[in-house]
Design a protein around this ligand. Structure first.
Ligand SMILES: Cc1cc2nc3c(=O)[nH]c(=O)nc-3n(C[C@H](O)[C@H](O)[C@H](O)COP(=O)(O)O)c2cc1C
Length: 197
């Protein structure tokens, strides 16, 4: 698949087979992430590649517990509102039981932390599509990136004391009839273009 097709047909996958992702494909995804641009070529993204089921389940439990303690307010962002309400109800799994979660941390005192993280995640999502894998950005660990229990647990997994999470991505084989990602072009409702000619 050429680069432009991989980019144009990438869509989010939220339903996965339990099948693990081969090491060769993981290596390619992480190479794509590490070749992403970064402000001043700082290269301070830190990728925590989580494939252990017990760690994924522990994180899911911690995220649910943290959201269940939060209250919905009038102007709460709709996705956050969903996370809070679903967590209070019970059974909320923020990473859709995907077999791989890649958490992207960066220095909390660095102005381009989120931008650099976004470049790396987009590279991984496009690469995943080219490798017949599904993917989806996962934002919950960023929303909770000052939650002490989660910070401590992520530190036990290797996150540095001066880092926080700025995004995450799940990857795996899609649970579709074809086993391939749903590839289509996104209908546009925004993303304005103004040509100055
Ligand atoms: C910054 C950002 C945060 C997102 N957070 C989540 C998330 O936490 N959970 C989720 O299911 N999708 C998340 N998404 C995926 C978007 O919902 C998705 O990209 C959008 O609906 C467009 O669909 P597409 O990815 O299939 O083109 C996020 C996307 C971005 C760029």
């Amino acid at each position: 698949m050429d680069a432009l097709t991989a980019l144009l047909t990438r869509r989010s996958t939220r339903n996965y087979l339990p099948r693990p992702v081969e090491k060769e494909k993981m290596d390619k995804l992480l190479a794509a992430a590490r070749q992403a641009p970064s402000g001043g070529n700082n290269q301070t993204n830190h990728f925590l590649v989580i494939q252990r089921r017990d760690v994924l389940d522990t994180l899911a439990g911690m995220v649910e517990e943290a959201f269940s303690r939060m209250e919905v307010e009038e102007n709460t962002y709709s996705s956050l509102k969903h996370a809070i309400l679903a967590s209070k109800k019970g059974g909320y799994v923020f990473c859709y039981n995907a077999p791989v979660l890649i958490v992207v941390a960066n220095r909390h005192d660095y102005g381009n932390n989120m931008a650099d993280c976004a470049c790396a995640i987009e590279n991984m999502m496009v690469a995943a599509n080219a490798l017949d894998l599904g993917s989806c950005w996962i934002n919950q660990l960023r929303w909770l990136n000052e939650e002490p229990v989660l910070v401590e647990y992520l530190r036990s997994l290797g996150m540095r004391e001066y880092e926080r999470v700025y995004g995450a991505v799940i990857v795996g084989y899609p649970a579709t009839d074809s086993g391939l990602p749903n590839r289509n072009m996104m209908a546009q409702k925004g993303n304005e273009i103004t040509y100055i000619e």
